[in-house]
Design a protein around this ligand. Structure first.
Ligand code: SF4
Length: 223
């Protein structure tokens, strides 16, 4: 198990910038490869499955342990497409593990403390027909049934809230206290400009505003 190799884009120690654990010092393990191509993706360098370098699970664990973290964030790319994700999670079982996923694939019985799911709205699609690939309601249903979760939506315009509500309705069993909205932004100025709109939508709908601290602090990796 320790010899299994995974394509790693980067490992760094930083502050969780988004979601219910925003502000917690965390080690980020970014896996290479994602089948989606969201318009606003800020990790283009990790999308190709050949990006990064192969590391054994033992090497990954060794590097993670140097930071003595409590929290680990396994991100991407799309970590759920990695065949060795179950082994990686198992080997890091003594840490609090968040998996950041777009929710396009369900895997059962992962050692995961928080499934951080970011279903994509049409503001992410390159073309309308992308919806079939970007949004998998059946997988979302299974993920939130099996794991403690948060649902994070990237909002650009007021009309996006209709899609958020539609997805929640289709999933059916969503706990609204676990729904977070965050502004679509690639830089601090976009973040500040869109935050009041997102805050208003949160107040009107009882959702939680998620900060994006990485935009506020500047790129906060590595230290
Ligand atoms: S799912 Fe995430 S990593 Fe993949 S293209 Fe979209 S934003 Fe980028």
């Amino acid at each position: 198990m320790q010899n299994a190799e995974i394509k790693i884009s980067e490992i760094f120690y930083s502050i969780q910038g988004e979601g219910l654990l925003a502000g917690r010092p965390s080690v980020f393990i970014r896996l290479a490869g994602c089948p989606l191509r969201c318009k606003f993706c800020d990790t283009n360098y990790a999308l190709d499955s050949s990006a990064g370098k192969k590391m054994t699970i033992a090497e990954i664990k060794e590097q993670v342990k140097k930071y003595k973290p409590k929290y680990i964030v396994i991100t991407g790319g799309e970590p759920m497409i990695s065949p060795d994700l179950p082994l990686l999670c198992k080997s890091l079982k003594n840490f609090h593990i968040t998996i950041e996923t777009s929710g396009i694939k369900f895997l059962p019985r992962l050692k995961c403390n928080l499934m951080s799911i970011g279903p994509k709205l049409s503001n992410a699609y390159l073309k309308k027909s992308d919806k079939k690939r970007y949004l998998k309601i059946d997988h979302l249903k299974k993920l939130i049934k099996e794991y403690d979760y948060q649902l994070k939506f990237v909002v650009e315009k007021a009309k996006d809230i209709a899609e958020v509500k539609q997805i929640i309705e289709e999933i059916k069993t969503v706990d609204c206290s676990k729904v977070l909205l965050m502004p679509q932004a690639k830089n601090l100025s976009q973040y500040l400009n869109r935050s009041p709109l997102v805050a208003r939508l949160c107040k009107e709908n009882g959702f939680t505003f998620s900060p994006r601290l990485q935009l506020v602090f500047g790129e906060i990796k590595p230290v």
